[in-house]
Design a protein around this ligand. Structure first.
Ligand code: 0PR
Length: 365
């Protein structure tokens, strides 16, 4: 640190130049985050100094968090679900597995996850001393309920399924896996970090949320398809009382117990998430999801016209291709199997898709 501070002008000219080293979302097809909605940014700034780690000091913000959870709960057909705003899918998944483990104290606990699971489960299992049983997917890149039934045993504390897989955009057969969880009395966590704000607005998706009675918990991230400011995730529990097993005493705070993983928690992104959901409503969110799905179909059609077939028809706005190209000026990613992976976020508009297809066409010529 310098002895004497910089001038504001000098400082911000430096910060602007650093920021310009970052890529612009315009040409990013590899991210599950997007430019936050303007109302999210405005709400975020209004709550910039709030700390939900000591909610008694910020009762207004705490009420907003409750309201956010209520909105998400009712979107998932259980307005009375318990929940809190996390820093994202990783924290939500860790917390869900902590609860599952505490609910079933066995000597050698294991968790069954699909091979498509996000790497946050590796972290969670490592931290919690859980054996991670990763089961292979079926030919459609979804978790296979029969394989889950063969893998579950008396030491299984949780089964995890995914709504909107990170790499291929698939929705697991939640009802069938729920049946296995139910028969074995096992905690069933649905990771809808990405798809939780997509699936409610799609036609013809089988029930996957709290309407399925065996679903114990759901992760959903407003900072992904909710266009909130980063970081805002949420963990919802069917039984709000189940959070109690995580409580620790916080004697000198304004509340005397805390079940969250983080201590200090920003209220600003919670306000951002609330603002987007309230401002857009179901109709607005549904229109955004329709646009993203339409663009996903268009990209698949365009890539196939150039001879690069889809790997699978995705349930949500993630498209993957058998395509070895590295399109210059664009960011795409590669799945573990080496397939080209694109995420059709709201910033990937129809014009962006056409421009990307032009690049592919030029490389193909
Ligand atoms: N569960 C699922 C299904 C996810 O896709 C992700 C993240 C998580 C959990 C973890 O969420 P957090 O990262 O919020 O803790 N999926 C993205 C991924 O790994 C996250 C991401 C977003 C990565 C933007 C890169 C990026 O530019 O691809």
């Amino acid at each position: 640190m310098k002895e004497n501070g910089s001038s504001e002008k000098e400082l911000f000219s430096f910060l602007s130049s650093v920021r310009s080293d970052d890529l612009s979302y315009d040409r990013i097809l590899s991210s599950m985050c997007t430019r936050p909605h303007p109302v999210a940014v405005r709400a975020h700034m209004l709550f910039i100094e709030t700390n939900l780690g000591d909610p008694g000091l910020f009762p207004g913000t705490m009420g907003l968090e409750d309201e956010l959870i209520r909105m998400l709960g009712s979107l998932f057909h259980h307005p009375d679900a318990g929940g809190y705003a996390t820093s994202g899918g990783t924290e939500s998944n860790i917390q869900a597995l902590r609860i599952a483990k505490k609910q079933k104290p066995v000597a050698r606990p294991n968790v069954i996850i699909p091979a498509s699971a996000h790497f946050s489960f590796d972290k969670a299992c490592d931290m919690l001393g859980l054996e991670m049983r990763s089961v292979p997917l079926d030919a459609t890149y979804r978790m296979n309920p029969d394989t889950v039934a063969e893998t579950v045993d008396s030491n299984t504390v949780a089964i995890v399924s995914i709504v909107g897989t990170t790499e291929y955009g698939m929705i697991d057969p939640i009802r069938d896996i729920a049946a296995v969880a139910g028969e074995n009395g096992v905690f069933f966590h649905v990771d809808a970090a990405f798809g939780g704000l997509v699936a409610p607005f799609l036609e013809g998706i089988p029930p996957w949320d709290f309407t399925v009675p065996e679903v114990s918990s759901i992760s959903v991230d407003p900072h992904k398809m909710g266009m909130s400011t980063i970081p805002c995730g949420a963990l919802l529990l069917r039984d709000p009382g189940a959070f109690g097993c995580l409580n620790v005493d916080t004697p000198y705070l304004s509340v005397k117990k805390e079940c969250t993983l983080a201590g200090t928690r920003p209220g600003a992104p919670v306000a951002g998430a609330y603002a987007v959901l309230q401002y857009l409503g179901r109709e607005g969110l549904s229109a955004i999801v329709s646009g993203c799905m339409e663009n996903t179909r268009r990209l698949i059609e365009g890539m196939e016209a150039y001879g690069y077939p889809r790997i699978v028809t995705p349930d949500v706005n993630v498209a993957t291709f058998d395509c070895p190209l590295t399109p210059e000026g664009w960011r795409i990613s590669r799945t573990r199997q080496g397939h080209m992976r694109t995420v059709l976020m709201p910033h990937v508009t129809r014009d962006v898709v056409e421009s990307f297809l032009c690049t592919i066409g030029e490389m193909n010529a």
